[in-house]
Structures are given as C-alpha cells and as structure tokens.
Design a protein around this ligand. Sequence first.
Ligand code: DON
Length: 309
Amino acid sequence: MACRDNEELQRFVEEAKKVAKDGKVASYIPALAKADQTDLSVAVYHVSNTCHSAGDVDKRFTLQSISKVLALAFVLSEEGPKKVFQFVGQEPTGDPFNSMIKLETASPNKPLNPMINAGALAVTSLIRGATPQDQLNRLIGFIRELANDKSITYCKETAASEFETSMINRAMCYYMKQYHIIRGNVEEVMDVYTKQCAIMMNSLDLAKIACVFSLDGRHPETGKQILSKDVARICKTFMVTCGMYNASGEFAINIGIPAKSGVSGGIMGAAPYDFGIGIFGPALDEKGNSIAGIKLLELMSEKYEMSIF
Ligand code: DON
C-alpha cells in the first residue's frame, strides 16, 4: 500500500499529535528549549521523485544526532570502513546516547558505535580538513549535495548554546584523546561537532536525504550516485541497530525501517526502494526520541506495511 494521500497523512498527524503532551522538549541544550511542544510535520519523498506531506513542512529544525549518520557516510566515503572502524565499533550499547560508561568497560576503549555521542565525536574528528572551518564546510557541502539544496547551513545560536554547555561530550573527547581515538585538539572537535549538530533543514529536505538511503545512495532528483551502495548499506544497518538508541529494538519491532532520531525532535526514516521520511516533532520521550514522531511512524508503518522484517 503506497503512501500517496496528503489527507491521510494529515489524519495520522492529528492522531499522533495527541501524545505530544506526554513528552518534553530537550532543554539540556538551552537553545532547544524554545521549541513548540505541539509541532508535528511529516514529509514522504518517493523514489519516483514525488512528495507527500502534512503539517508545517517548511519549519526548519537542527539535525542534532541525525547528523551522525550523515557525518559517518561522509567519513566512510573518504576513508573507507577499514580505517573508520579502527576508531569506532559496530555494536549497539543499550545505553542512553550520551552515556560514557562503556567507554571504560568496553575494550579497547573505543566507542561502541558511531550513533552514540562518543562514537560520533570520534567520527567527526576524522573529517578531513586543514582547519575546523574547512572540516565543517566540507561536511556541509556533502549535506547540500544529499539534499540537493545549496542554501543549507547551520544555526549559530544553537551551536554556541551547545558548545558552551556540552561538558559531558567534552569529557568523553578528552577520555578518548588519552587513548588516541581522538587525535586532534578537543576544543576544535567540539567546535565542528556542535556546528554539525546545528545544521538546519525542514522535514522535506530530510525526507529527500532519507530517500538517497532508500535508493542505496542514488539521488532521487538528480539520479547521481552520491554514496556507494556499500556506504549506504553500512549506514542503514547502524540506523536499524542503533539509530533510535536504547529504543532501537522496540522501534525495529513496531516500525521496522532504518531510522535516526535527534534531540531536536527530528526523525529520518528510509523505506528501502520506496520512500524517505522526514519528521519534526520536538516533544521527546524519556529516551530522547520524538514521542509524536514515533506514534506517527507506527500509524504509517501499519498502513503502508513499511517493516523490512
Ligand atoms: O551531542 C548531543 O548531545 C546533541 N548534539 C545530539 C544528541 C542527540 O540528538 C541525541 N538524540 N536523540
């Protein structure tokens, strides 16, 4: 059953919105606390290059952890899996996204996967560039190509708000520097990482990027192969096993597609060879995933038989 009906999507949005009141917007990054708890939008970008949507799909939000998949895709494309997996592992943690506990208990002190904060910080430190500005510009250039939108940029206010308050991430960087997982200057890694997390777009852009993953790396609009099939495959596998953090198992059972969430309330989902999904709903559940976004995906998954399992 294809998702080709804006009115049906709108009904799902109205239904899913009811649970937004049970969530909370993120406030540990002060700039995110300004979000409107009741927002919910969804865009579906089909492999045939058509789009359906509901809610305020023009509203922009910061990617936060969704940027982890995109940075991983970029670094895997440039360095290859062999090098990248010397610095970051491939296993789910079952812990919250900002937990540092496994950094010490897991051997050999490398972060368990690139979807948790520790692993993403290690990945960001691998982006090539002569300066942090250069690294960021190169990553943004890649994301512009994924979205086929040259205007994509980052939110300075949100980046600064996270940079000033992100002491746990900083602590994890210093810990990893001790073990040569991070080799560069920690403040510079934090600078690139917080700006990467603050890259802004709307749910339409996000759905289009998701569709690139649905098509094994080929762009639905331009037809260009932006990611190798292998890089797209690795990223989608991480999205299934770790994309929704310590809710990834439940998400795989109830919804069943590769997906990645962020604490801004974004969710990117890729229904293979069918469509990409971009969602924005800033009220979060206790695990840091969009509460209404997950409800909406449950409704969609049932109706459109989205599960890959
Ligand atoms: O590093 C952080 O804590 C944030 N910039 C991103 C965390 C995040 O989005 C986790 N997602 N659910």
